[in-house]
Design a protein around this ligand. Structure first.
Ligand SMILES: [Zn+2]
Length: 114
């Protein structure tokens, strides 16, 4: 489960997969800020190999943590339900029309690339 240190060329290869964007949220990502995400986390049997790696921003890498892609999608899809259950400011903002719930569907940036 120990992760190996990537060679510079491997890091660059991972960066190029999404052409400078986070694979998940799609935000623009400077090379120096890229975190290398294990698509299937090592902890649940993912391989420490390039085909299991995607570039991620700090936030996505943090929230994805030990989820695989579908687990991360389910986690994100449940955010609005958790907010409506737990957050009074969110409930008030909805009631006053300050914010609108649009969807629970999550499409990751890498899924929009060919
Ligand atoms: Zn992201």
């Amino acid at each position: 489960m120990k992760r190996r240190k990537l060679k510079i060329q491997e890091r660059q290869q991972v960066y190029k997969i999404c052409e400078g964007h986070c694979a998940y949220c799609g935000c623009k990502l400077d090379y120096k800020d890229m975190q290398v995400d294990h698509v299937t986390p090592l902890r649940i049997g993912g391989k420490d190999e390039l085909h299991n790696m995607l570039p991620a921003c700090r936030s996505c890498n943090h929230y994805k943590a030990t989820f695989d892609v579908e687990g991360y999608r389910r986690y994100l899809s449940g955010i609005s339900q958790r907010l409506i259950r737990d957050s009074i400011p969110y409930q008030v903002a909805i009631r006053f029309g300050l914010i609108k719930h649009i969807t629970d569907e999550v499409t990751f940036y890498f899924e929009t690339l060919d």
